[in-house]
Design a protein around this ligand. Structure first.
Ligand code: FMN
Length: 193
């Protein structure tokens, strides 16, 4: 188990965490590329958690970005209740990071257009072109055809932006674990793991 976790000076910790977060979207093998996004379900459906791909991390602004289908449940959930949590686990670092954030959902605009320009050139474009919305009940196991696209935009991509308010870092070590809470206004508190 990695031991240098325990040697990070407290004032380096935010920088170290954002270093990993900004690397993850560009590294297919980085465990932090696929965090779990938790939201509050609608209509008493309870907490909802699912894997997403981290597309962008901005260290100075403490923001994270994810792409999704504008018709997915997570969009309506975040519009109704924007408090969300993203949980990351790295097997390499033996680090868990739980990020609390305020989400905004962009269905259109320059950022969405730019993201679509990029995504449409990749195989992932199919994720935003399906005729039926995610979660729709299917009558057969046939793949859903493309079509019935958003009349104006020709796709269903939406951007979820997360303004991080605090992070809960847990580092596992053979000689003991460490845990800290960091906030966007620069506070750091050590916690009992
Ligand atoms: C490895 C992996 C990556 C995924 N990435 C995304 C993603 O970036 N955006 C997304 O909307 N769904 C992604 N999904 C699918 C979601 O986990 C989820 O099944 C889907 O978005 C429906 O979620 P919802 O109905 O709660 O909105 C991914 C699933 C896996 C297994």
């Amino acid at each position: 188990m990695q031991q240098d976790n325990l040697e990070i000076p407290p004032d380096h910790l935010p920088t170290r965490l954002w270093q990993e977060l900004t690397r993850a979207p560009h590294d297919r093998h980085h465990d932090w590329r696929t965090p779990i996004l938790a939201t509050q379900g609608i209509d008493q459906s309870g907490p909802q958690a699912r894997t997403v791909v981290l597309r962008h991390a901005d260290a100075p602004l403490w923001t994270l970005r994810v792409y999704t289908d504008a018709r997915s449940a997570k969009c309506s959930e975040l519009v109704a209740q924007p408090l969300a949590q993203l949980t990351f686990w790295s097997k390499r670092l033996h680090w868990q990071l739980r990020v609390s954030a305020l989400a905004t959902v962009d269905f259109e605009g320059e950022q969405v257009d730019a993201a679509w320009e990029h995504v449409r050139q990749s195989p992932a474009r199919a994720d935003y072109l399906s005729a039926l919305p995610p979660g729709h009940i299917q009558t057969s196991r046939e793949p859903v055809a493309e079509g019935a696209k958003d009349a104006l935009r020709g796709h269903h991509l939406a951007i979820l932006s997360f303004k991080v308010s605090s992070m809960d870092w847990l580092a596992l070590g053979q000689d003991g674990h460490r845990r800290a809470r960091l906030t966007s206004d620069g506070l750091l508190a050590w916690l009992v793991p």
